[in-house]
Design a protein around this ligand. Sequence first.
Ligand SMILES: [Zn+2]
Length: 210
Amino acid sequence: MRCTDVQVKKKPLSPKEMLPGVFAFAPNPDSFGGISYVVKNDGNPFMTDVPEYLESTLLFIEGFGMPEFIFLTHRDDVADAEKFRERFGSKLIIHQTERRAVNQPDVTFEDFLEIGDVMIIHTPGHSPGSSSLYYPRSSVMFTGDHITADGGGPVAEDFYWTYNYQSQLRSARKLLGYDFKYILPGHGGKRLIANAKESLKEFLESAWVR
Ligand SMILES: [Zn+2]
């Protein structure tokens, strides 16, 4: 008797290449289902937030080289970041108002931080220290929970856990000052938002202003 229909569910899901050299991990149950990314960056990789701490994931990342830094978008998505730091020797970066979310962050910043051609922008609202990472080489903005995906488009959600919605909308407008084609959000499935700047503009035009 043949049992060809038996399927073994593999865990975890393989990282998915969203843009050349930019990979999304499966939502991390330890950070409210937040999505983390690793960027190869020509042998000088970096990460935004962290996925579940699993050996297969660690080996996948190490295949690109040890990440120079791990940018934590905000306090909700810290999860096992310190374990990743220990394993990779990476620098942990978080906004200064949320520095206590990790034990001794390596780098903190106020409004803006530049590392090579990577830019980190303070975009408060979802939380006081929420920040976004701009990677011009791939024309992509990593937004964490600041801007998430809803039906393929960008949204700044004004419900659960948002600290200051008006501030969040101001921060979203601030991002329009950068030249990007894509958004890779912290939530909304493994979903690449294309035509992102135009869509964000449209969202802001219709956003409820209190
Ligand atoms: Zn959050």
